[in-house]
Design a protein around this ligand. Structure first.
Ligand SMILES: [Zn+2]
Length: 206
């Protein structure tokens, strides 16, 4: 291993911290640190405060489990979003992608992942019980399963379908505009928007 000597232990520490980020190699980490060294105090304060805020101020919405700055998120707190529809997604990234299309006017429920036995993620690791509690207590008539059609995603949809079929609900899924294997978050806005508008009844044939 290459021996790297730094003129300052603070420099070394900062480089090592940046190098922990995904996709950031040692060289890039060094470039980041050199850039930081040239910035004024206000920049550094704002930069470090925004990192601190990630940990200290972001919480999960008590209702839908999306990231939020308050106990009830900005979607759940709007009265006009309570239209009887809940769109079930894997993570906040899909909420962002769907919100960007401007085509969905209902509520969300963030599962926090998909069922993946290889990764040790079973149904009890996901926010499924809280979804059922919502269906029991809110006036819900449609559940849209907006989950990527990967093997794990389809397993999750099948599990949810079985859990939810006892309720008097329409269970729908996105139309196949989003190609198999595509992650929802990478689908372009128009395609994703259309697949929300043209959603179809979930057919359990997998
Ligand atoms: Zn919420």
């Amino acid at each position: 291993m290459e021996i790297r000597t730094f003129p300052s232990k603070y420099l070394e520490k900062a480089v090592n911290q940046f190098a922990k980020l995904p996709g950031v190699g040692y060289k890039t980490a060094f470039r980041f640190v050199l850039h930081m060294l040239k910035q004024d105090e206000a920049f550094i304060k704002e930069f470090t405060a925004s990192i601190n805020d990630l940990q200290e101020n972001i919480i999960f919405c008590n209702v839908c489990n999306n990231f939020s700055d308050s106990p009830i998120c900005s979607v759940c707190s709007k009265a006009d979003r309570h239209n009887g529809q809940i769109c079930v997604v894997e993570s906040f990234k899909e909420v962002m992608a769907i919100e960007n299309t401007g085509q969905f006017k209902g509520l969300y429920h963030v599962l926090g992942g998909v069922i993946s036995p290889v990764d040790g993620i079973g149904p009890s690791e996901l926010n499924i019980n809280s979804l059922i509690t919502r269906i029991e207590n809110e006036d819900i008539n449609e559940i849209i399963l907006a989950i990527s059609p990967t093997m794990e995603g389809e397993t999750t949809m099948l599990f949810l379908y079985r859990k939810l079929s006892k309720f008097n609900l329409n269970i729908t899924t996105l139309s196949k505009g989003v190609a198999i294997g595509d992650q929802l978050e990478y689908a372009d806005e128009i395609t994703l928007g259309q697949s929300i508008l043209n959603r179809t009844k979930l057919k359990v044939d997998f």
